[in-house]
Each structure stands twice: as structure tokens, then as C-alpha cells.
Design a protein around this ligand. Sequence first.
Ligand SMILES: Cc1cc2nc3c(=O)[nH]c(=O)nc-3n(C[C@H](O)[C@H](O)[C@H](O)COP(=O)(O)OP(=O)(O)OC[C@H]3O[C@@H](n4cnc5c(N)ncnc54)[C@H](O)[C@@H]3O)c2cc1C
Length: 446
Amino acid sequence: MSAQDRPVVIVGGGIAGLTAGWTLARAGRAVVVLEAGPRPGGVITSTDGDGFVMEGGADSFLTVKPEGDALCHELGLEAEVVGTLPSAGAQILHRGRMEPLPAGWRMAAPTRLRPVMATTRLLPLRAKIAIALHWHRKAEPRDDETVGAFLRRRFGDTGGRAIASAIAGPLLGGVYGGDLEKLGAAQALGVGAKTGPAPKPGTPLFHSLRHGMSELIEGLAAGLERAQPGSVRTGSEVRTIEPASSAAAGYRVTIADGEALAARAVIVAVPAWRAAELLRGLDPGLAAELAAIPYVSSVNVNLAYRRAPAIPAGHGFVAGGGYRPLLACTFAHQKFPGRAPAGAALLRLFYSAEAAEWPDARLQQRAADDVRATLQVAQAPDRVHIRRCLRALPLYGPGHGARIAAVRAKLVRWPGLRLAGNAYQGVGVPDCIASGRAAADLEALP
Ligand SMILES: Cc1cc2nc3c(=O)[nH]c(=O)nc-3n(C[C@H](O)[C@H](O)[C@H](O)COP(=O)(O)OP(=O)(O)OC[C@H]3O[C@@H](n4cnc5c(N)ncnc54)[C@H](O)[C@@H]3O)c2cc1C
């Protein structure tokens, strides 16, 4: 078989791998997407039942990054795209009350002093004074420091600690998991976190799809199937990736049942810790860099109510530190249209890693206790859906930028070997789409 006849093999059928496959198939390249699980999508799953759309992973994508909308357009899904319903903005559950973010707050830090000093109840007076005293001390986040260290450097010890525990911790913990003493400042707040321009007037900050984010996965899988029937293979766990034995360039990819595929190029679109396992035999140094990217687990619990309980307006809240392991709660039926039947409600609670190890019964009880304590909802849900996301989200620590540069330098030795996914240059859905596109760059592939 000549190199030209071999397909590009994509390992992992999450949003990154499917996007890479779709991009190549659309351009007429032979591809095979090998997905270990019984369905493609990876972290993204939407469960539809009794008129409730229960998300197990991402529920939306940022519109200020263009990749999500562009992909929907390409797949002919524009009519399925839905925007967030109007809301007053993010709220933090703090000492039993929902508190709005101070006006002008951006990710971890304030951009305006007056709302911090005058209005917010999230920070004590001594922290406000410390922040004011440090206001003119400009500082940019560095790749080698944590978010916690950056906030203390920028706003002083007292101001930085107060911001971290009352606002930045809850906000970033919900997005990135993990704590601020482990999260790298440059990636979470700096260059790596830039989202581009503000959304166009009238465009919501987040989009999703009418029947949930899985519609995007189904659109990608259907597009691939149309372009190249049989190109997405589920239940196909890759065990090894080796250089092709012949003089011809390429790789040999072996799956769990022993079948070996000859590939002209391989795009590894699995979590970095899994990529490390697959590439250890090929390049131990590369594998060591990949294995050093930490991942966090989480679990989310959807509670569906046929008769909506009374809850506050808005899209939900992120929880202050005192509510751990609860991280956040989304009021899904108030965030996007069509998430619950008329008169019904859908609440989604997010928990940190420790709760991912609990049995279902304990989680369900904890979720019922939490909605009673935080929202005064005592009625039993009519449906419960639990999803554990184990080692699913990378935690970009200090030095992540340097590590990714080292990974790229090592990859140069392996023509046609690419990496894609949430481990490298952003964890959000648009970032993963961008990484899939970049990995599928036609000019550069052999
Ligand atoms: C709970 C949660 C909520 C989130 N919410 C949002 C959100 O609202 N908005 C947003 O933008 N982002 C969100 N994210 C982040 C975003 O959804 C993920 O980063 C993204 O979906 C990851 O996609 P991926 O393709 O990189 O990886 P994955 O989805 O992890 O896909 C990797 C795939 O590889 C497969 N695989 C693994 N090993 C092998 C093997 N050996 N052989 C074959 N296949 C293999 C896996 O089965 C999996 O399907 C959320 C993440 C989580 C965990």
C-alpha cells in the first residue's frame, strides 16, 4: 500500500478528534476516527428524557471565540443554535446569599475600583482597603506563577487572599476545576485565556444547540459518515502507536482486538495522560512531558422537576468555598430555551473531585441537601442524572506554556504525528475545535 492510500488515523472521538476528522474528510482525505467508547463525543453528552435535556459535560460554547459557530455553520446546524436567555449576570453564593459580581470584574480580578469599594458584599473592608492601596501597582500574570501568587503580587497579601477565596476561587474553580494555588496564572488569566473581542451587541456570550451539545457531536459524526462511510469506529480502543516498519513514512496503530492499521499520519486526540501511555514506547521524553500535565475529575448531577420549584432568576450560581464539594449550580431551564418542558425546571449541580468517588446514592442525597440549603427547594426531583467526568479536565499549572513548547519541539522528530485536545492551548469547546483544525492542517501533513 503506498503512503497516499493510507488514511490519517485519529485516536479519540471527542470534539477535537471529530473536528480533525471532519476537516480532513471534507477536504477529500481518507480518515479513520478510532474511539474507545461506545459513542463519540468524549466529555460531551446530552441525555434527552421526558422533555428534559440533561448535559453531562459542556452545556455551551463561548461566542467570542469564532470556532463553535463556524463549525455549526459548516455542518448546516445554524438553525439549531440557541443563545442564552437574558440574565443579570454571574452570581456567587456567599454566606447564604446570592451576590452579583462587582461591575467590571474580569475572570479573577477587578478592572474598576469603585464597584469593589462601594457596592460588593463579597469582600471585607480591610481587603477593599488593601486592594485600593495596591490599585496602581500594575502586574501581568506570568507563566511561572499560580493564580493565587499573582493575585497576592498584584493586590497585596490581604487583598489577593480575599479576592482568591471569595471571588476568583469560585469563578475559576467552576471553569478549570482545581485550586488557585495550582492553576497557572498566565494560562488562566493571561495570553492563554484571551477570548478576543467582546460579543457583538445582541449576541449572547454563550451558544448551545436546541437539543443539547450532543447535537454538535451527532452533526460531526453524520458529516464524517456522509463524506466517508464507516470512518468513525466506536468500541475501538487504541493500544499502541509505532513507526511503520517499512521504509515508507507513517505509523502502525493497533487496536484492542489486535487489528493493526497502517496510517500515513496519526492525530492523537485523547487526554494527555492517555496520550503519554500510547506514546511511551515511541518517545519516552515526549510521553514524560505529556504525563506531567495534571488532570482533575468532577461529577455533575442533573435534577429534573416536572413542577418547577420557586428559585431565583438567572442562570445559576458559583459556590463560595464554604459549600465544598459543591462548585456551582446551573438553572438549566433559565439558561437556554427548551431544556425542560413548560412549567418544569432543571437544576444542574457541579461537584469537585472528592465527590466523584462517592456512590450514586450519596451523591443524590448530597444534591438534594444542597438545593434545600442553598435554594430552599425541598421537593423531590422527578428525574436524576449523574455524570462522572474522571480525569477529564486538564489543570494548566505554572509553566504550562513552557511545557507545551517542549512538547512541540519533541514532536518535530515525528513527521505526521499530531496532538489535539484540551490539554494544550485551551480547555473550552472552541479551543478544542481549534486544536482539531490545527492538527488537520493539510499543508503540513505528509
Ligand atoms: C463537566 C464539564 C463541563 C464542561 N463545560 C464546558 C462548557 O460549558 N463549555 C466549554 O466550552 N467547555 C466545557 N468543558 C470543557 C470541554 O467540554 C472539554 O475540554 C472538551 O469537550 C474536551 O474535548 P477533547 O476532544 O479534547 O477530549 P475528550 O472529550 O476527553 O475526548 C477524548 C476521547 O478519546 C477517547 N479515548 C481515550 N483513550 C482512547 C484510546 N486509547 N483509543 C481510542 N479512543 C480513546 C475517549 O473515550 C474520548 O471520547 C467542560 C468540561 C467538563 C468536564
